[in-house]
Design a binder for this molecule. Structure first.
Ligand SMILES: [Zn+2]
Length: 444
């Protein structure tokens, strides 16, 4: 990428704030029911922003009202594997009464842009847009092919977005080997033995897998005045209790053990220090990490029975299961054993764990791009307890990373803002991220 650019041209930093505000103002709430348009207006707005700089994005929708936007930018060296840069256009619902501002205002207040999606993830959408628009305006080719994607439906497992798109249109990702999106790249501030705090950026290199199951218990129906040992409600309750009480074996997978070692090194804490103290230094991100120490299976919905004096034939429960990379089979086997003979385990939704290489030129380029702006910072790799669209791309063999670079103030509870109230992103962090990402794209 050349640096001989006419200086009168607006740069990505000149418009990223406005783009982020405008996108937040377009309500793209995804309540998971697919009962109407969600991303339609946001996608149309993105298409318009790309067309006005001469680009030709395409939209793809599994059902009307749920478009994803995809664009390929040809690189200087087309023999190199491509990189996918992606964000999602939908947001989770916001209950306006709980917020200090209108969640769809995109208001600037106290140095932050406020609104649903400010961190998840219209901030990144705006950064990507601003950078791509700048490349187009200046006629700059990235070093290698870039596939830019703004997906629908990430907040409901990508059924109408990435998950569908990789099956219906895998050709869009031809030659792509790596991807960058949420949830990582943000900074935490750690105490050190010298007393000078150290900033560290959490780069996400792995994700737990997801298995949402229904437990279906069956028994003999009958009059409730005549007890029976074969009672669906009892079978179900016992299965749920067994699963909830099960001590899922802990395993520190590679990125987790490395992170804990890194945290010990930086903070100077004794290796015997309890985990809560160590993870406490990560603020809200500590929760993400704590949930990556073992597989988990959390009961979320119970239903069964229809009358006080009738023993029903069937009862069901829903479980949200999350497994570490490599644990998928063992996790399901254990669930079936715990469920017992009267309870069937039905898989409703399944998505793979992600485990991307911890070293390589892209990792080096991400670190270098951060260090150009924040020379003394540490880059720490971690595993996310939740999932992103990188799961869908992993089906195509694409290694996905979470890298939305944001230099955050020490006291901001960033982890707590994902799907939380008063979601906001500092303007300075957004400008920082735009510089880092632009540098990364120019050098990777
Ligand atoms: Zn997200």
């Amino acid at each position: 990428m050349t640096e001989t650019i006419a200086t009168s041209m607006p740069g990505p930093e000149d418009e990223v704030v406005r783009l982020c505000q405008e996108l937040i103002r377009i309500d793209s709430t995804n309540d998971g029911t697919n009962s109407g348009p969600v991303e339609e207006k946001a996608a149309a707005w993105v298409v318009e922003r790309l067309r006005e700089v001469g680009l030709d994005p395409q939209t793809y929708e599994r059902v009307p009202g749920r478009p994803s936007v995809v664009l390929r930018l040809e690189g200087e060296d087309r023999t190199r594997p491509g990189l996918c840069l992606h964000g999602h256009l939908d947001v989770v619902p916001a209950n306006a009464a709980d917020w200090q501002v209108d969640p769809f205002s995109g208001e600037l207040r106290d140095g932050c842009i406020w609104g649903r999606g400010a961190v998840d993830m219209k901030d990144m959408d705006a950064m990507i847009l601003a950078i791509v628009r700048h490349l187009a305006r200046t006629g700059t080719k990235p070093p290698r092919d870039l596939v830019i994607a703004f997906f629908a439906d990430e907040e409901a497992a990508g059924t109408y977005g990435a998950q569908w798109l990789v099956q219906a249109h895998p050709e869009l990702f031809d030659g792509v080997t790596e991807a960058i999106s949420e949830v990582g790249g943000y900074s935490v501030t750690l105490p050190t033995p010298s007393g000078t705090p150290k900033r560290a950026y959490l780069l996400q290199t792995a994700e737990k897998g997801l298995m949402w199951v229904t437990l279906r218990a069956t028994g003999r129906a009958g009059h409730a005045s005549v007890p029976s040992a074969d009672n669906a409600i009892t079978h179900l309750a016992q299965a749920v209790a067994r699963i909830a009480a099960h001590p899922w074996p802990g395993e520190y997978i590679e990125p987790v053990s490395r992170l804990l070692a890194d945290l010990g090194r930086i903070t100077g804490l004794d290796p015997d220090t309890d985990l809560d103290t160590i993870l406490g230094h990560l603020g809200g991100a500590g929760g993400f990490v704590r949930a990556t120490l073992a597989d988990t299976a959390v009961p979320t919905v119970l239903s069964g029975g229809y009358k006080h004096n009738v023993i029903p034939q069937e009862a069901t429960a829903k479980l949200d299961g999350r497994f570490l990379p490599g644990h998928e089979e063992e996790f399901l086997t254990t669930l079936r054993q715990l469920a017992g003979e009267h309870v069937e385990v039905i898989i409703e939704t399944q998505a793979p764990a992600v485990s991307a290489p911890a070293t390589g030129s892209l990792i080096d380029a991400m670190a270098a791009a951060v260090h150009a702006e924040d020379p003394d910072a540490e880059i720490l790799q971690y595993c996310l307890s939740a999932g992103t669209d990188n799961k869908s791309l992993s089906v195509l063999g694409i290694a996905g990373y979470g890298f939305v670079p944001l230099r955050l103030p020490e006291d901001l509870d960033f982890g707590g803002m994902f799907h939380g109230i008063d979601e906001r992103v500092p303007v300075d962090a957004l400008l920082f991220g735009t510089r880092v990402l632009a540098r990364l794209i120019a050098t990777c």
